[in-house]
Design a protein around this ligand. Sequence first.
Ligand code: PEP
Ligand code: MG
Length: 578
Amino acid sequence: MEIRKGIAVSPGIAIASPLIIDSKDYRIPRRSILQSQRADEIKKVRDAFAGAIGQLTELEAASGIDQGNIKDIFAVHLRFLRDKSFRKRITDFVKNELVTAEYAISIILREIAAHFANMDDPYISERAADIFDIEKRLLTQLLGKIREDVDHLRKEVVIVAHDLTPTQTASFNRTFVKGFATDAGGRTSHTAIVARTLGIPAVVALEEVTASVTSESIVIIDGNHGVVVIDPDESTLEQYRQQARDFLHLEHELDALRDKPSVTRDGIAISLLGNIEFPDEAEETLQKGGMGIGLYRTEFLYLYSGTEPTEEDHYDAYVETIQRFKGQPVVIRTMDLGGDKLPYSARHSVETNPVLGLRSIRFCLQNLTMFKTQLRAILRASVLGDVRVMFPLISNLQELRQAKMILRDVMEDLDEYEVPYNPSIPIGIMIETPSAALTASLLARDCDFFSIGTNDLIQYTLAVDRANERVSTLYSAADPAVIRLIRSVIHDASKAKIDVAVCGEVASEPEYIMLLLGMGIRTLSLAPPMIPEIKQIIRSVTMQECNQLARKVASMDSQRQIKNYLRDAAMKILPEAF
Ligand code: PEP
Ligand code: MG
């Protein structure tokens, strides 16, 4: 039995055999196999060679006469792949060392590449690049097969991976994928956010969990405490089975709150809205008692299909959502691409500092055709309900004015064709950068509402990558710098008489709710499965208690002190959540 501690990102307990996904862009970890799996792994090596040879032969045949150099490269690669002694070296390694096919391929090819690279003859040393190419081709054969396995699951599994993209996570078949564990990641990475929205128990930042499991293992994922147990003994297994039953029971109890009002004990109403990525999650928001959509992450339309959505794709998705929420708000955020949300095809063209680069509204303002297509669809849908538009990652007033100007241009186009829309559609912005937070009083004059995106606000305020497990202990909403910024944004919004919500992950973390209410927040937008638990907290506190707590926090000077204080307070109210 092995116990690993990571970061809990999505609650619940999952127990199943793993489906292991290694990333082809990552060092393949050493994973042992059983004697009985040797023949299977050797067959995998053979199949990978056969697949790669087939692929290269086709490519060679398809390349024209004028592509002589390319033809030569294919020929060199083919010669290499057909060399039996080379393949034998790999299969011998699998047999003798009892390791997976992908590990053997990666080790042997990297050994050969290193040998070539050290040669004095530049012609030979440059061949190292060819060897890396061949390695990639062989691994793609193997790993591509695993991806196919994910798409055609027939039994319940937990996914164990180095890392997953948000899109991969979103496409999991929930009937069979019961949970996941990854080496990398952080609590507010988009992969974690998607897991929470889907209600799949998940733990990230486990360092080398992929190296510790085999396909024969039993894996427990404890998404409540951030623990993964590999090959548990009988008593541990039974203990977790009981915990899984208790968790389901608690969920059912909380679901009974669905139709109860979201008010504090002293009668202050708090709006609880859902954060969604896809229109079908709107239904789940309703089922969990959500009163609208506070954040529709529309970039997932793009990420999921891998191609740019048409105006009709946007429109259809919005209509599906709006129709479920008659008379309740639906806040559509314009596409927030970049950072860790890149279409698969763009993964390799990343900038040196993608989080500080051409992402989000900046990307839209430089890709006006795409931006206008989306705005047209939002405006057309705006006549169907209480639709609001929100711009992400605004970092200065000029950017907001530019975005509004483009919205006005699109309105004029629609006027010309007499297409109906709501000319007074509420326009909001996300407060996600320290610059926006510090100039909130200026920005408030030019928009109708704020939504504080704490996931990014924490990242930019503390200069800590939200998806990097190596700095995850530094990433905290309890840092006094973050709390001061949030407090001042709320103050500026209230002075300007505009609404302010919180839609970052803190809105779904039980320990932060009293603080947010005490600082003046009356609208929270969060992952739908978390709504009942947060409602339970709201219904258990008085505003006086929240105000007192917020005042006390304002007098504290360290992240640790604040975090412990908030945790103790929340534990008294909902001990089951911890
Ligand atoms: C945020 O940054 O807090 C936010 C809600 O947006 P996203 O998580 O999509 O970046
Ligand atoms: Mg954000």
